[in-house]
Design a protein around this ligand. Structure first.
Ligand SMILES: [Zn+2]
Length: 392
């Protein structure tokens, strides 16, 4: 009897085990099937089946000035190497905002240094030799020693010297606000009064200041499924910011606007549409309040390409205040810019999914506005450009 009971228990156990194994197997098969139904967001990029007219522009309709570019090779070889690509794009003039490049990024308290006046003059003379008139340099300033007595005077003098030698503008990197610190280790506000004489000097010299402050606002937001820049932050985790690292987005932007308003006789170019390309109504208000401010759309064309009607109205209204800028030098990416500006193409791809997982639509701007964006506005505010390089 005991033996019989034991056998019975064994067979019941075996039955349970068998069922467990079967259930597990079914579960595994189902899971595998499920995994095949899921595709990574990063990978999902089906070619569009939409059949509509396409105008894949490889060159701009008019010769243009790229007001926002960075180049790091000041040799004659480095200069002449750019020309074939520029010609193919119809880029008549490239503005290299890094006229003094970077020297080191590890200064005291996160300060950084730029190259010397000699670097700039050598660069300018190489341009004259290799491609006269085709590349323009904006100078940069060193924040090393900021807060030391005489820093402002020394910096203003150097700026004057650079402009006398041929620099045609000043570029301020986003490190002002995000990284530069004073002697006490405090972040330098963009509207720090010690910088006032620099902005005033630029007004006096009639050179524009192109300034990039902060970064796209979603870099400050929670990194989750509601963040439009989630993919960019996953790809570049160092771009993630918070209200304490180093400051809230709104306060950095407010510092920049206070500085613009404090120097109404200086021309400022707010880089990247001032990070308001996704909110053109606010940008309109800001441009109305600050007539000395211009803007350029480097790295934010995807924001305009997703709202072609609103953007076109904006370009119509502010056609005298917008300049063509691209930022990173990747000649094959300019096509998206030309297509958004010039064509009425629909639903065409952008080149970087982490900027835009959506597609583009063209604004079909008229020639009169295109000419202003491509070169007339830059001719108006950047001194010393030969206007005869451009059509009427
Ligand atoms: Zn830039």
């Amino acid at each position: 009897m005991v033996f019989h009971l034991y056998l019975w228990t064994c067979s019941v156990n075996f039955l349970i085990m068998k069922n467990v194994i079967i259930i597990c197997l079914i579960g595994f098969v189902q899971l595998t099937a499920c995994a095949q139904k899921t595709i990574d967001f990063e990978k999902y990029n089906p070619p569009s089946t939409l059949v509509v007219p396409e105008h894949k522009l490889t060159m701009a309709k008019f010769p243009f000035i790229d007001i926002h570019n960075h180049q790091w090779d000041p040799s004659t070889g480095g200069v002449s190497e750019l020309i074939p690509d520029m010609n193919a794009l119809n880029m008549q003039i490239m503005v290299n905002l890094s006229g003094k490049g970077f020297k080191s990024t590890n200064g005291r308290n996160g300060e950084f240094d730029v190259n010397t006046h000699d670097y700039l003059t050598q660069y300018l003379s190489n341009i004259k030799k290799a491609a006269p008139g085709r590349i323009i340099l904006f100078t940069n300033i060193s924040f090393v020693g900021f807060g030391d007595p005489g820093w402002t005077e020394k910096t203003v003098k150097e700026l004057e010297n650079d402009v006398r030698s041929g620099a045609q503008g000043l570029k301020i990197y986003k490190d002002l606000g995000l990284r530069f610190k004073d002697k006490k280790g405090k972040f330098i506000p963009i509207d720090d009064p010690a910088l006032d004489p620099i902005w005033e000097k630029c007004g006096e010299l009639k050179i524009p200041v192109l300034i990039h402050s902060a970064d796209p606002k979603p870099f400050w937001s929670k990194m989750d499924e509601n963040n439009e820049r989630w993919l960019e932050l996953i790809t570049h985790p160092d771009r993630k910011r918070s209200d304490t690292d180093p400051a809230p987005w709104d306060s950095l932007i407010a510092e920049q606007h206070r500085m613009f308003k404090k120097h109404p006789h200086t021309i400022f170019i707010a880089a990247h549409f001032g990070w308001y390309a996704n909110d053109l109504a606010t940008l309109s208000k800001l441009l109305d309040e600050m007539p000395n401010v211009y803007t350029e759309f480097g790295a934010v064309i995807a924001e305009l390409g997703r709202q072609p009607r609103m953007a076109r109205k904006f370009f119509e209204k502010y056609q005298d205040r917008i300049l063509f800028g691209k930022d990173s030098w990747a000649p094959e990416e300019y096509t998206t810019y030309f297509r958004v500006l010039e064509t009425d193409d629909e639903y065409f791809p952008y080149h970087k999914k982490y900027h835009a997982f959506w597609r583009m639509y063209g604004m079909a701007l008229p020639d009169s506005i295109l000419k202003k964006i491509y070169y007339k506005n830059a001719l108006k505010i950047v001194p010393g450009i030969d206007a005869s390089r451009f059509p009427e």
